[in-house]
Design a binder for this molecule. Structure first.
Ligand SMILES: [Zn+2]
Length: 161
């Protein structure tokens, strides 16, 4: 209950549209993306070249980014759904908004929806209603095609009324 309340209160304090952890990743990727050279293949497909440290003109690696499918051959964007440095270089070269390419799972709206339901407090045991009958364990019925494991034999079976 405390954790839900804390998270519900922290969401509106986020500095941008994504959470602090994702914001940190995006800053790191943005820093890296400045070293990349972006070459258009089509309107939404790019080749991203990185240069060697020893000689600035040597291309040591190249990746393919698709902004439409939201993938990069380095696989970081495909797996994490947070644009990698290659994707950010392509996004910035087109003058597009980065927020439009971060998965909606990481947005403030989704976070607030996840923690919107509240958990109601319950009264102490002394305030509970008294029940003056034994509480029986649940009725066990074998399901057709169900598990034939040994553990099921130990369960008490009650006839249905
Ligand atoms: Zn990448």
């Amino acid at each position: 209950m405390v954790r839900l309340t804390n998270r519900r209160q922290s969401g509106p304090n986020w500095r941008c549209n994504v959470g602090p952890r994702i914001e940190k990743q995006l800053k790191k990727h943005a820093y890296i993306s400045h070293d990349y050279r972006v070459i258009n293949s089509s309107n939404n497909i790019f080749e991203i070249q990185s240069r060697g440290v020893a000689c600035a003109s040597d291309v040591v690696a190249a990746h393919s980014v698709s902004l439409e499918v939201r993938t990069c051959t380095c696989k970081r964007w495909n797996i994490s759904r947070v644009p990698c440095g290659h994707a950010m270089a392509a996004i910035h070269s087109k003058g597009l908004r980065l927020d439009d390419f971060v998965h909606e799972y990481f947005t403030k709206d989704t976070y607030m929806k996840a923690y919107d339901p509240i958990m109601f407090p319950i009264a102490g045991v002394a305030e509970w209603d008294k029940i003056h009958r034994p509480i029986a364990p649940y009725l066990y019925r074998s399901q057709p095609g169900g598990s034939k494991c040994q553990g099921a034999k130990n369960l008490v079976s009650y006839p249905s009324s």
